[in-house]
Design a protein around this ligand. Structure first.
Ligand code: NAD
Length: 278
């Protein structure tokens, strides 16, 4: 039996569906990605977004700054907020430490916040209101849906970041799932992971979760991307697939879903701005 959760295939299906919707608009949507500094991984992620955006037919703009101050960046974002030709804005993370990340992210108009990271969108998500949802949790929800994973089972998330773990916790809760959220201060992590029917790990530590820490026949979702030399590793030991019923590979699992979810959010942002969604 094939146990691999194939993010690339699901991404391609989602992409076809999205292109059909966009063609009906008869309008070109624009995505602006703001990047600062010289983070090597960020360059790879920005180019993946560019490739996908262009293949869908979006106008893609990368505003790259070697160095910029918080106030100047906030001013630029406010200009983009007012610009009617721009549909979506994201700030590529991580930002250099000297910048005020909170202030910068929250200066994005929530209706253009296609990464779903502003406080406004996070509160709406918690309150179960229609909003732009962070791309990685959104992509994971799409994968779980595509593979018909039963959400009434015991779910454990490891990692509570505002980018992944925390919004995912609320998205699952909104589907009436029962979820335990573990983090760096959780004592005896394996006492939780071993009981999980669905285990989702978003930490950023190579093979933090070893094969002996997972339950037999569990569904394993590995969000981690750990670059060591030229190779990518997940947060879950790769041999855990032998014990699982389904598992995402790294790369090729959650990553492609994050990118397509961003593209879906650009389309949704347009609908919100045109008040076709509220
Ligand atoms: P983060 O550093 O913001 O958060 C990490 C979380 O892990 C924290 O909540 C922390 O409490 C928890 N943690 C740290 N050490 C732990 C430990 N020993 N035991 C249990 N919990 C621990 O990271 P993030 O932005 O949420 O990203 C996590 C990982 O996911 C990274 O590898 C990142 O590259 C990857 N990521 C992948 C995608 C994708 O598309 N595949 C998208 C976003 C992030």
């Amino acid at each position: 039996m094939n146990k691999i959760i194939d993010g690339k295939t699901v991404r391609d299906i989602k992409k076809e569906e999205l292109i059909k919707q966009i063609l009906k608009l008869n309008k070109q949507l624009s995505l602006v990605v703001i990047s600062v500094g010289d983070d090597e991984a960020s360059k790879v992620y920005v180019s993946q977004k560019e490739k996908m955006a262009k293949s869908i037919g979006y106008n893609f703009i990368n505003l790259h700054y070697e160095k910029i101050e918080t106030e100047e960046l906030v001013k630029k974002i406010k200009e983009l907020n007012k610009d009617k030709s721009i549909t979506g804005i994201i700030v590529q993370l991580p930002l250099p430490m000297y910048l005020d990340k909170e202030k910068i992210i929250n200066s994005i108009d929530p209706l253009k916040d296609v990464d779903g990271l502003t406080n406004d969108n996070l509160v709406k998500l918690i309150k179960k209101k229609n909003c732009l949802i962070p791309c990685t949790p959104k992509g994971i929800m799409s994968l779980l849906e595509y593979y018909n994973v039963d959400l009434t089972k015991k779910i454990v998330i490891v990692g509570r970041s505002e980018l992944v773990g925390l919004p995912l916790f609320h998205l699952l809760l909104a589907k009436n799932a029962t979820v335990t959220l573990c983090h760096s201060k959780t004592l005896n992590l394996q006492s939780y992971t071993k009981k999980a029917d669905i285990l989702i790990v978003a930490v950023g530590k190579k093979w933090l979760i070893t094969k002996n820490m997972v339950k037999k026949d569990a569904v394993l979702i590995d969000v981690g991307i750990n670059r060591i030399g030229s190779k990518l590793y997940g947060d879950i030991e790769d041999t855990a697939i032998e014990k699982s019923s389904l598992m995402t590979p790294v790369p090729g699992g959650v990553g492609p879903m994050t990118v397509i979810s961003l593209m879906e959010n650009v389309y949704l942002a347009y609908l919100f701005q045109e008040k076709q969604l509220s």
